[in-house]
Design a protein around this ligand. Structure first.
Ligand code: SF4
Length: 287
């Protein structure tokens, strides 16, 4: 169990290298990224960030400069690690994680800010090798927002080709249609307390596949009511039996109250406690 190269990743990417231009150039070009504009301008750091004082991108750009140098088949990887899958219907299973660097959002409650800029260039082949070395059936590609990197989709497909059960955790704010149909997409619909809900994909309901799962991080009663209304407004998701998870924000809202609300409303969701954080409450990375 452990994080394999976190230390090296930090050592090889000084902070000056991690700050990029507003519109990163990647190779091959990706239509979403070519149209991408940062949500926060370089002169206006996001006031919503809970760690805005220490936020690595404060006053800087949102994506790492290293994105500019990525060639076809290369990825900027924040960390590899093997852990217990803490969320989704796969909760509790041993899982190998590939955390990709970079995110274009700045959710207030983000718990992976360390993945915004820090990373090491790796090839799809190396990622596959590491997955095989982990000797577990389940592999999750996460971030950051993994789909920002053009080689993410080829990586997902290669993992599927090699027989892994592949999960993708994505923000629900980037196009999903290119993701290999064999992948289980865990889509994190942004609730209002993230302050990123304006960027949720429109028409998500019609893009979902049978093996997808939806997740809402709920921070307070207002988030809960918003989530309940969202579920009611998207009846096809329940009709198709797509699992919906409600994940309480760490330590923010009394769990018992959230559980009681779900029970009172008979809301057909799964209360999703982040198992890895219960097991390793003192660790922030590599779990
Ligand atoms: S989408 Fe995920 S990684 Fe990006 S800011 Fe939000 S919580 Fe953090």
């Amino acid at each position: 169990m452990g994080t394999f190269f976190r230390g090296e990743a930090r050592a090889s990417f000084g902070s000056a290298d991690m700050i990029g231009s507003p519109v990163p150039r990647i190779n091959p070009p990706d239509p979403f990224l070519l149209n991408f504009r940062p949500l926060v301008s370089s002169s206006s750091p996001n006031p919503a960030s809970k760690n805005s004082q220490a936020f690595p991108g404060k006053g800087k750009d949102l994506l790492p400069q290293a994105f500019r140098d990525l060639k076809e088949g290369e990825l900027l990887v924040n960390e590899f690690f093997t852990s217990i899958q803490g969320e989704s219907t796969f909760q509790g299973q041993p899982c190998f994680f590939i955390r990709l660097t970079g995110c274009h959002l700045r959710c207030v409650y983000c718990d992976t800010e360390y993945a915004f800029y820090q990373g090491q260039k790796e090839t799809v082949e190396t990622c596959l090798e590491r997955a095989h070395q982990a000797q577990v059936q389940l592999v999750e590609v996460t971030g950051g927002e993994p789909l920002l990197q053009a080689s993410c989709n080829p990586l997902l497909s290669r993992l599927c080709d090699d027989g892994f059960t592949v999960l993708l955790e994505t923000s629900g704010c980037v196009p999903l249609h290119r993701v290999d149909e064999r992948v289980h997409r865990i889509i994190d619909v942004k609730t209002p307390s993230s302050q990123m809900d304006a960027y949720n994909l429109k028409g998500l309901e019609d893009q979902l596949r049978s093996q997808d799962e939806i997740k809402f991080v709920v921070d307070n009663p207002e988030d809960y009511e918003w989530t309940r209304a969202w579920i009611q407004d998207h009846p096809k998701i329940l009709d198709r039996g797509i699992p919906i998870h409600i994940s309480p924000c760490e330590g923010k809202w009394k769990l018992e109250e959230l559980a009681q609300k779900i029970l009172d409303d008979r809301l057909p969701v799964r209360l999703n406690l982040q198992l890895h954080k219960l097991i390793w409450p003192d660790r922030e990375q590599g779990i």
